[in-house]
Design a protein around this ligand. Structure first.
Ligand code: HEC
Length: 193
């Protein structure tokens, strides 16, 4: 509780916010300038609303993923995915292998799902808001021969499915071919085993 208050206080002075409605205000000029305290405060502000939004149209994964294994200690900006703040959860099938963060010969089991929630940062509007929930599901080579057995998907912040072009996602993810197309969270925020 004390920690939460300290973070809230730090954020208030940083953003110059006077009320709860302003808690998503940001003043940085680049998402990479967000500090850990800023990111923590953004989750305090938007975290619950974000998960409710994803789940609001009845999607089963959206309703479940927050009970899965968190793969990082705090949301982080990787650069890809529109410089959003990103946080990945792994389902039970995926967690053991994913959390090794191996870089060679990785082969995720069929049934693995990675769900990555995101916070979009608008520098122009000086505001943060929930971004999409990005999904990767291992369905196997028979079903997805062109994308190494992965099905890419997403849920919009309003709970509706995102239209996703498989090649758009995979053409970037295949850069991590030896990691079974997984890019993993920013290194310093990965949970240790
Ligand atoms: C320009 C490159 C790029 C594109 C395009 C891209 N991603 Fe990613 N993706 C990344 C990077 C880099 C990460 C790891 C960064 C992080 O999560 O902090 C990542 C992580 C992920 C993860 C977490 C699993 C992992 O790889 O560790 C999911 C799920 C995901 N992306 C889904 C998608 C979907 C769905 C699309 C298409 C709508 C997509 N990605 C398009 C680069 C990309």
């Amino acid at each position: 509780m004390i920690r939460k208050l300290a973070i809230a206080a730090a954020f208030m002075s940083f953003a110059g916010a006077a009320s709860a409605e302003d808690c998503a205000a940001i003043t940085v000029e680049d998402s990479f300038d967000l500090t850990d305290d800023h990111v923590t405060a953004l989750y305090e502000c938007l975290g619950a609303q974000m998960a409710e939004g994803y789940a609001s149209q009845g999607d089963a994964i959206a309703a479940e993923y927050r009970n899965w294994t968190p793969t990082q200690t705090l949301g982080a900006v990787a650069g890809a995915h529109g410089k959003r703040v990103l946080f990945t959860y792994a389902n039970d099938v995926a967690a053991e292998q994913y959390l090794k963060f191996e870089d060679e010969g990785v082969e995720m089991p069929v049934g693995s799902v990675l769900a990555k929630e995101s916070i979009s940062i608008s520098i122009k509007k000086q505001k943060a808001r929930p971004g999409p929930l990005f999904l990767m599901t291992k369905v196997g080579l028979d079903e997805a021969p062109d994308t190494k057995g992965w099905l890419y998907g997403g849920i919009q912040p309003n709970g509706k499915p995102m239209k996703v072009k498989q090649s758009f996602c995979h053409d970037c993810h295949i850069a991590w071919e030896s990691q079974d197309a997984l890019a993993y969270p920013v290194e310093e925020y990965r949970v240790s085993q």
